[in-house]
Design a protein. Sequence first.
Lengths: 164, 422
Amino acid sequence: MSESMNKQVAISNVIYKASLFLDEHRWDDWLNLCHEDFYYAIKAFSPEINYDMIYMDGNREDMRTITDMLPKHNSDNSPLARHTVVYTVEMDESQDTATAVSSFAVYKTELDGINSHALAGESNIFLVGKYRDKFGFDNGEPFFMERIVQLDTRRLDKGSHFPI
Amino acid sequence: MPARNAKQWDKIPGKIASGEYVDSRIYSDRNIFEEEITKIFKKVWTPVCHESELSEPYSFRTMTVAREPVMVVRGADNQIRAFLNVCPHRGNMIENRPSGSFEQGSPSGAPKHMTCMFHAWQFDMKGNCVHISRGSEGYQDRLACSDVGLRRLRCEVKYGGFVWVTLNDAIDQTVEEWAGGAFDCMEKSLNAEPLEVFHYHKAIIPCNYKLWHDTNSEFYHDYLHYHNRITGFNDSYFARKNIGFDNGHVNVGSFEVQYDQYEGFESREELSFPHLPNNHWEMIDFFPGVNFNLRGSALRCDIMTPLGPDKVMIEFRGLGLKSDTPEERLIRQRHHNSIWGPFGRNLHEDLLAVSTQQATMNEWADKRRILHGRHEVDADGDPTIHDEEGMRHFYDAWGRWMDRWPGDPELSFEEGQKREAA
């Protein structure tokens, strides 16, 4: 396999690894996949107001602050699990960078969000959208430089404290 | 006191008066809900969108008010008008999109017209019918365009460019009269220069609309929010006042938020709204289901559309100044969304709480008393931030509109007052 192919496979692997870390609330492990200049944003286009919106954004330190504070907040702790599919990986050999587009669906399995006796265990789709990621490489290993979570879902109900 | 048996549980706790609680059935009873739609929501003024959402002539927005489909249109003359979004021919919804422009033609209709796609009846931006397909062939002289204009609705653009609509042609108050002075605290800031919506999202929450309004009205739930626990609790915070206005509206007075107490938050000083002291916070709980929340650099507006006794749609908007540079806008977005966005710190906590609150008072649950009896006043006797005067003021207005006593909705308002006096 060529070096470029190896890197493409490595990028797919790191996207899936990040999905598992996010599913499992392994925030430090997730952030360790990200460069110190990492930028994260959740965006959506609103046809209601005809505007590109940024629902949340920050750098790696901002994300660490948010995840560190999670135990201090009251949250719906219903697990969120992603089904992620990497659609495209495009290499820029001259810059030793890459971009990738993945589709995701986030499922919520109810735990304590409303009435656990009746609803706990019920799974529903919470969000769908695309991950638009940028990568750099360190000794051939990819790391996230940027993740844009582009949401299709705009009826967000209770929302979430957790990074998507 | 130990945990109570059923008889003790059913008694009014302590010395709480009958005007200091509501009966949980007002949050769950289907008949009461239907009555609210008819007696309140079909009668009052409500904001439905912001003028910046219809920035150009021929642009439109659609929505529902008290279950009626409504369309708001900006005409060629730049006037904003509201109509029932219903074709007078066969009752079809004329425009299905949430927003857009009539400047371009549609598959069934001409440019610069509202066209019902079903049979291509066309209307101008003032709601006049201007074309009936094969009109004379089908209706001869029995029906003309002049007979079938759209149903126009009273509409005003007021308070920072919000578009207000009522289904009630007979309403005897303007928006300003209906507000009864509730906007005095922020009107200068809202009207200083044009505003623009930069944030919109909606939530459908399994709770009665009043539970959301209650939560916006009472600040005793500060304990729910880590952010408030850290930035809020100081003398000036507790000194904020609840001020009631005619028609059930309430202000929560201003104070300076100490953003530096919360890691990851920055001061809103630089971009505070015009005429708003740095980092200050003003709020209006507007009867029956709207909230305006001006906090430093961003204005939030919640508009509630009740969908059922235990279901409400809340549209959340964030607004900044139209003159913002891209950099300023980005900062305002961050300020707004870090607390109030769908992935922000406070909004999720509030929505979680009202969902679990409604879960205890579903349609089949036993009735119970929901207290709002806190009296926490300053040296002058004025209600302060953790006083629950805001909710009591709301339910006084609600009871009058509904002619029901909130503490026992089987009683008329007058009967309830007599019982309270006794």
